[in-house]
Design a protein around this ligand. Structure first.
Ligand SMILES: [Zn+2]
Ligand SMILES: [Zn+2]
Length: 275
């Protein structure tokens, strides 16, 4: 009897973790938002606001564009400014996308419905972005960018200040490309984007369908840079996003992706990430 009870109590050697089973059980825990309900959150009032925002943004952007490019600019400041602005755009879009996916809440006043709703809708209905008109696609980014690009007008480096001119070109490029980023993102969801977009995707200047598709594998933990994609291998490789999440979680106790996936799935990812 003693022997039998000892046998029963003997610890069972742990089985090797079956990754696909783990993934299946995680997918079963994910709470999916209702795509139709999210789509209905884009109201006529917001559409009108977006139109007004785009008109104001175009005016301010043209005004600051003249301020930026009407000065004498050497070839080197121009090339470095455009290139660094392009890289900064990739990073800025990555940060905004990660923040929206990870910490955004649709129940937040104003921002929840106007901004976070877009991130939720994009995960449950990725092709909706190809059906949205330009006003819906770019309006909210334009509204957010208006005060920032307006402030850039105050930055007025001397005409012989090459470093200052490079910074000005870089920041202007970043702001303009960031507002257009959702258009680049939309092209990455189209099987047949316009010819110019296809060429830019093929030479690696814009994000491609193949590159972006990985982000859409639930639970959406990688490839947050959605405009260009140059920084994705680096930021995913060094686990930049997981480190940021850990920092925010430690400081605030907030569970990453709780709003996007539901608390159970979000906690499962958090625990498996900490092992
Ligand atoms: Zn996402
Ligand atoms: Zn996408």
């Amino acid at each position: 009897m003693e022997n039998a009870s000892l046998t029963a109590a003997a610890p069972v050697a742990p089985r090797p973790v079956d990754e696909s089973m783990r993934r299946l059980s995680l997918h079963a825990q994910i709470v999916r938002h209702d795509a139709a309900e999210l789509a209905a959150g884009y109201t006529i009032a917001q559409h009108r606001l977006n139109i007004a925002g785009l008109i104001v943004f175009c005016g301010v952007a043209a005004w600051v564009g003249v301020h930026t490019f009407s000065r004498p600019i050497g070839l080197l400041p121009l090339v470095i400014g455009l290139l660094s602005g392009w890289v900064l755009t990739d990073f800025l879009c990555g940060i905004i996308h990660w923040a929206g996916d990870t910490w955004g809440r649709t129940k937040l006043p104003i921002v929840g419905r106007a901004l976070v709703r877009n991130f939720r809708e994009h995960h449950v209905d990725p092709q909706a972005i190809t059906r949205h008109g330009l006003v819906q696609l770019l309006g909210e980014q334009a509204i957010v960018a208006i005060p920032v690009i307006g402030l850039l007008r105050l930055y007025d480096p001397a005409h012989d200040d090459d470093v200052g001119t490079t910074v000005l070109v870089s920041l202007y490029t970043t702001l303009m490309a960031s507002v257009a980023a959702n258009l680049f993102h939309r092209w990455a969801h189209m099987r047949h984007p316009p010819l110019a977009a296809r060429v830019l995707q093929r030479v690696g200047i814009l994000i491609s369908f193949k590159h972006h598709a990985r982000h859409h594998c639930a639970p959406h933990l990688q490839r947050y840079c959605i405009a260009i994609g140059w920084l994705n291998p680096l930021l995913d490789g060094i686990r930049f996003w997981r480190a940021l999440e850990w920092l925010v979680w430690k400081m605030t106790g907030a569970v990453p992706r709780e709003d996007d996936l539901g608390r159970t799935a979000a906690l499962t990812i958090l625990r498996s990430d900490r092992q």
